[in-house]
Design a protein. Structure first.
Length: 300
């Protein structure tokens, strides 16, 4: 395991510890106050705890080297896990919305609002810090599963702030209906972020092309060396686990030696990896055809 992979694994473990503390704090204050919004947030953090443990296990599997049964490595496990995370997020959103609707219809009262305000304020600060840390590590390590976890933690921030505002309103106005109404807002935010994670997961599982800025970075490297080859075509890109996969066909002069073609391919591969880290590049070298040779000669 290299340094970057160790940072990703360390971040995943850290998220587990944070979620344990958040679940305990939110459950305790939620049961004490009877606030639907706080209990909804406790359920949200409970799912986060499960998912963070799942992500930690997934990363251990995904970082295994390629073997006979998985010659391309185990990276797609991350993408599959992020799909499961998205479905779990939608489940949490549905559960939170159901509880909020029940509270609106039943008219339950919230007690000890001050305790809920303190806990949710602390939770909001913690999730802001943790989410930024996790997303930074995930993007540096190209970990789709950890990035999905960071997005999910980010939903906790907005949700906690929403609950905090709702409890403050209950505290100063006595409007008990505000608490479950905020719970519905929390459900909407959770569902929206679940949709973002789902889109990323589906793109990964269907081998969608890399984002345009990353493809352009690859083309920029190739275009800067057009004097060394005739053309390139069949450029294909995709993302698998924590790595990018790129392959293309490179047309070289017919009189170029095997050694020269190999050296050129290696140089291009190295530059593409420098421009786009964590990339597996495969270049298929083709000699120019007679038609291309004639066209090149006529152009000169």
């Amino acid at each position: 395991m290299n340094e970057q992979e160790e940072r990703v694994a360390r971040a995943a473990r850290f998220v587990i510890y944070v979620n344990i503390l958040l679940v305990v704090g939110k459950v305790a204050i939620g049961l004490r106050t009877g606030a639907v919004s706080v209990l909804s947030e406790a359920a949200h953090s409970g799912v986060d705890l499960f998912l963070s443990a799942l992500v930690w296990l997934t990363l251990k599997i995904a970082r295994r080297p390629a073997d006979e049964s998985h010659p391309y490595g185990h990276g797609q496990v991350e993408t599959l896990t992020s799909l499961g995370e998205a479905l779990a997020i939608f489940g949490v959103a549905a559960g939170v919305a159901w509880q909020a609707i029940r509270a609106l219809r039943g008219g339950e009262a919230v007690t000890d609002v001050s305790g809920g305000i303190i806990v949710m304020a602390i939770a909001a600060v913690v999730t802001i810090v943790v989410s930024r840390y996790v997303l930074r590590v995930a993007r540096a390590g190209d970990s789709l599963a950890l990035e999905a976890m960071g997005v999910e933690i980010g939903t906790d921030t907005f949700a906690a702030l929403g609950v905090l505002v709702g409890l403050i309103l209950v505290r100063f106005t006595g409007w008990q209906w505000v608490d479950p109404l905020v719970g519905l807002g929390v459900a909407a935010v959770i569902a929206f972020n679940g949709g973002r994670v789902l889109v990323r997961a589906v793109r990964g599982l269907t081998d969608a092309q890399l984002p345009l800025d990353e493809v352009n970075a690859i083309r920029s490297v190739l275009d800067s060396h057009t004097d060394a080859f005739l053309e390139y075509h069949a450029l294909r890109t995709r993302h698998t686990g924590g790595a990018h996969v790129v392959d293309l066909h490179l047309v070289v002069p017919k009189d170029m030696s095997i050694e020269q073609a190999h050296a050129l391919s290696s140089h291009l591969e190295d530059e593409i990896v420098t421009a786009l880290p964590h990339t597996d590049v495969t270049i298929h070298v083709e000699p120019e055809t007679e038609a291309q040779r004639t066209q090149t000669a006529s152009n000169q």
